[in-house]
Design a protein around this ligand. Sequence first.
Ligand SMILES: Cc1ncc(COP(=O)(O)O)c(C=O)c1O
Length: 369
Amino acid sequence: MSDSVPYLDLPAQLRAIRSDLDQAIARTIDKCSFCLGPDTAQFEKDFAAYIGTKHALGFNSGTSALHVALLLLNVGPGDEVITTPFTFVATSWAISYVGARPVYVDIEDGSMNLNPALVERAITPRTKAILPVHLYGHPFDLDPILAIAKKHGLPVVEDACQAHGAKYKNQTVGSFGAISCFSFYPGKNLGACGEGGALLTNEPAFEKRGRALREHGSTVRYYHDEIGFNYRMEGIQGAVLGVKLKHLPHWTAERTRVAHRYHELLKDTPLQLPAEAGYARSAWHLYVVRHARREELKKHLEKNGIGCALHYPLPLHLQKCYASLGYRPGAFPVAEKAARECLSLPIYPELTELQIQRVSAVVHDFFRA
Ligand SMILES: Cc1ncc(COP(=O)(O)O)c(C=O)c1O
């Protein structure tokens, strides 16, 4: 159908920068620098400068960066980490991988991020870290969470996997916590041509040990100081990300344009629209609307050729894999309601005015019927 709108249009993004990508990849192949290497090292410098931290370490995924973040904080079996139940599951994987227990805290209805007012009462003597998420590219409320963390001597790890370039009170997210982690999964605002991730920190000891942990626990080849991992970023991904990083500010501006157009065109519908908090400049990774008749609306959009998605249909405390944690339905009512109502509309820098109007018209049709 000619007036269909895909949920994501990666080919459009790649077309625009294809020759630069081809050249960068060809240079990496010529150098045979496939694992880490100079392109990854350069990207690490550029990304650290972009976010505003001293160090960035390239990883093979956001999940592995999160795993190493908790290892660096010496979180282990018997420990608890406070986090959100309303996120992609990988946030909790990191906690599980180190043998600790995710302790969920409900979210705010507006931003759908961890609710700072509920964090303190979840702290126990076993709590070792707080791991909130900048969900959909919208910053979580950092000041109150950092204040609670400071009061209790707990480190904050920012899961910034969806929030490249988002700002909290004019400072780029990923530069606040003891450690922050990013994903470069292809569909992210900054995506590799494959898997990728990064761990950012200002702390020299974390940088040093983080580099060792991502590379088999060694700083000197074939000498292994602790049990490590093969979590290296591929050289080709470093080269690709170096090319794409230069476009990120423009892409974020284009995402913001799309979001603002949706705000205008959808404001007279019964949908709950995503709003930026006063402190936030969202990176607009996703544009998530909410409505009680979400399932019907989703079917209506799909029938009319509009791609859409659910982020996320089931909160983590109700996932089968976490049944042993013992949470019951009703434990986190705000997250559970968000999971029932959320619907992600297409948002990407290449989305045209006509496409935005088409999506909006199909939404209006639904509520007129
Ligand atoms: C909030 C969040 N955390 C963690 C991850 C994990 O990143 P990756 O897919 O690169 O392992 C993702 C993305 O997939 C994410 O959206």
